[in-house]
Design a protein around this ligand. Structure first.
Ligand code: THU
Length: 140
């Protein structure tokens, strides 16, 4: 796991909190913000975007990943996650699967009553389903 300085975490959390302000969460009232640091230094932020159909809700982390990939970034250094709750929150299962696609070793920073905690995506999703088991396309 790459060592992220306190200063960089602070910057990422600031961007995540900023994005959280834009959360569209009229149903759960639970706001989430994520900031993803790409290898080239750019930061991509996301918030949760809910929907009246509920199941079409997109989490903040997946919004951030999609923003980054659409901008041409696929290599990531760190992810900071914040929410409107006082306690720590960790990415949901669907987001763990999406994060591990691009960055298994990436540190994920979360804040709560005991300050910063950091875990890697691989720690959050042991024994993942990933591309290593897929056969190369055979034209079918
Ligand atoms: N949510 C996220 O944005 N990220 C997570 O990792 C957990 C859940 C959102 C989805 C929904 O809008 C709200 O939080 C409550 O589940």
């Amino acid at each position: 796991m790459e060592k992220i300085t306190e200063e960089v975490w602070e910057k990422l959390f600031a961007r995540a909190r900023e994005a959280m302000e834009n959360a569209y969460a009229p149903y759960s009232r639970f706001r989430v913000g994520a900031a993803l640091l790409a290898k080239d230094g750019r930061i991509f932020a996301g918030c949760n975007v809910e929907n009246a159909s509920y199941s079409l809700t997109i989490c903040a982390e997946r919004v951030a990943v999609a923003m980054a990939v659409a901008a041409g970034c696929r290599e990531f250094i760190a992810l900071a996650l914040v929410s409107s709750a006082d306690d720590y929150i960790y990415p949901c299962g669907a987001c763990r699967q999406v994060l591990i696609e691009f960055a298994p070793a990436m540190p994920v920073g979360v804040t709560g009553p005991q300050g910063l905690k950091v875990v890697t995506v691989a720690e959050l999703l042991p024994a993942p389903f990933d591309s290593s088991v897929l056969q190369p396309r055979s034209g079918k």
